[in-house]
Design a protein around this ligand. Structure first.
Ligand code: C2E
Ligand code: CA
Ligand code: CA
Length: 518
């Protein structure tokens, strides 16, 4: 018989049940027929198959999850590593592990922006002998020394001073919040003392001589660049001094640099022909003592710059030499001297010579003579009235080379005079072989004439010895009659100096010449 029964779904129940150690789902459902509950249908269903199935799904899920995590993790780790090494490369020095100059400028930027009123300064440390050390022992040896230098500095500093290596052999320490200059000096002292102990590298002991430039950060420092520029400038002053190891920046350094910069700019314009006003020659007459006649002039370079005023040739010639402008400037000077010569020759003064000072650097240039031939296009008449004054110093290290050059110059008809004679080294034995015509006794000896007894003076000996080897003698810087008569007595050929005249502008020189002829 079949019953039509209803299953009241909302009253059914599913439970997990354990029977004799086996798991079952127990489903109990009430059976209803014609609104009457007939009983309950209970079904038992073993769960093991389903559990196994679910277990599989879960295990699979876990594995997939782990794989995803691993992949994601390694991507993140790789990105982190890459980033870190980029930062390392960008901001740290490879050899010493110190912060580098990029880091320094970012750091200084922050220090400068910090509104708190604290004393801040930087030390720029330079290890002078490091370059030589690298040249002698090689780069990798040098790098090992660098590491040791870095360690030494680190040890000397307190924790709140920050150390950077900015390049080659230069380090920077930034000090934030110190008391006064005394404290800075104490720290520098400590640094210097630490480097008095040599560094041991391999079998050798190396001395790292440190120079320290100090810049105290002030309101004028608007950018890290400005701070560092002043530090480098200060360092350059120490480098030049040979005596000092430490220097504080001061305004004068900046001013002298600006002055130099200005001078160099003007000289460049002069050379390029853009400035014909600032640079000119003055001419100081020379008197022949036996004939009592003006026989020539020395051309002396002059520079006048607006705001700076008159600048001495000692200063601007040295600068031109340093900035490698002296060859071109020297050519310009020779040209100006030639123009003056032509002018006086046009006036009928055919016996007058003009002496031009030639820097040792010019003389050492291989193309100096060639250049005289090609570019200066000196006429015979001009050349034969021309004289070059050279100094002894250039002969010291380059005797043969210079002497050969002098020979070629003389072949061109230009006479040679040895300037500042007696201050350098020249021995008389060598003087005889030298291709010169004249010695110019330095003012140092002439000054002695006034306050030394005649017997003690060696000028008379210089004169007679120079004459013996066929050289004529000029005395420079003659300022009084006593000197003149002494020189005349001992046979000096020519005198030059304030007694006769100061160096004169072109027009005055020519009128001086006319007056003297009369
Ligand atoms: P220098 O060649 O020994 O020139 C002589 C210097 O002594 C000149 O100074 C001159 O003005 C000065 N002087 C002349 N007579 C007297 C005197 O009686 N008493 C005193 N106290 N001084 C006197 P200046 O013109 O300042 O030149 C200095 C140096 O600059 C020159 O020494 C020379 O070495 C260099 N110089 C000048 N012009 C040139 C140039 O055109 N080229 C090169 N390379 N150097 C130059
Ligand atoms: Ca001279
Ligand atoms: Ca001289």
């Amino acid at each position: 018989n079949e019953f039509l029964v209803g299953i009241e779904d909302n009253e059914s129940e599913v439970q997990r049940q354990e029977i004799d150690g086996y798991n079952f789902f127990r489903v109990s459902v009430p059976i209803i027929s014609e609104n009457e509950k007939l009983g309950t249908l209970v079904l038992h269903w073993p769960t093991d198959k389903l559990d196994a199935e679910i277990g599989k799904i879960i295990r699979f899920g876990i594995i997939v999850f782990i794989i995803i995590i691993l992949i994601l993790g390694s991507i993140l780790y790789y990105a982190y590593r890459k980033n870190k090494s980029n930062i390392q490369i960008a901001y740290y020095d490879e050899y010493t592990g110190l912060r580098n100059n990029k880091y320094l400028s970012d750091y200084l930027e922050k220090v400068l922006r910090n509104p708190r009123k604290r004393n801040k300064a930087i030390f720029l440390l330079n290890f002078k002998s490091f370059k030589t050390l690298e040249m002698t022992y090689g780069f990798s040896y040098g790098n090992e020394i660098l590491k040791k230098i870095a360690n030494k500095i680190r040890k000397t500093l307190d924790s709140d001073e920050v150390l950077f290596r900015i390049d080659g052999n230069r380090f920077v320490v930034v000090l934030d919040n110190y008391d006064d200059q005394k404290e800075l000096n104490r720290l520098v002292e400590k640094l210097i003392r630490s480097f008095e102990i040599p560094i041991k590298q391999g079998p050798e002991l190396q001395y790292a001589d440190v120079q320290v430039a100090i810049v105290e950060i002030q309101d004028r420092h608007t950018s890290p660049d400005k701070v560092l520029q002043e530090a480098i400038l200060t360092l350059s002053h120490i480098k030049d001094s040979l005596v000092n190891q430490v220097a504080f920046f001061n305004e004068d350094m900046q001013k002298s640099l600006q002055r130099q910069d200005k001078i160099i700019r003007v000289l460049r314009k002069v050379i390029d022909g853009e400035d014909t006003e600032s640079f000119y020659l003055e001419f100081q007459p020379m008197l022949d003592l036996t004939k009592n006649k003006i026989i020539g002039f020395e051309a002396l370079a002059r520079l006048r710059i607006e705001k700076l005023g008159q600048i001495g040739p000692d200063e601007f010639i040295a600068l031109a030499e340093e900035k490698l402008l002296i060859n071109e400037l020297g050519n310009h000077i020779i040209l100006l001297a030639c123009e003056f010569l032509k002018k006086i020759q046009d006036e009928g003064f055919n016996e007058i010579t003009v002496a031009v000072n030639i820097s040792g650097i010019q003389l050492l240039r291989e193309d100096f003579v060639k250049n005289l031939h090609q570019n200066l296009l000196l006429s015979d008449k001009v050349r034969n009235s021309m004289e070059f004054e050279i100094t002894e110093s250039v002969l010291l290290d380059h005797y043969s080379q210079v002497n050969e050059t002098l020979e070629e110059i003389k072949k061109m008809g230009i006479a040679i005079s040895l300037d500042d004679f007696g201050t350098g080294f020249s021995s008389f034995s060598r003087l005889a072989e030298l291709n010169i015509d004249t010695v110019k006794i330095d003012k140092f000896f002439i000054d002695k004439i006034s306050d030394t007894t005649e017997r003690e003076l060696i000028i008379s000996d210089i004169i007679s010895m120079a004459h013996k080897i066929g050289l004529s003698v000029v005395a420079e810087g003659v300022e009084d009659e006593q000197q003149k008569s002494y020189l005349k007595k001992y046979g000096c050929d020519i005198i030059q100096g304030y007694l006769l005249s100061k160096p004169l502008p072109e027009e005055s020189a020519i009128s001086f010449l006319r007056r003297y002829e009369e």
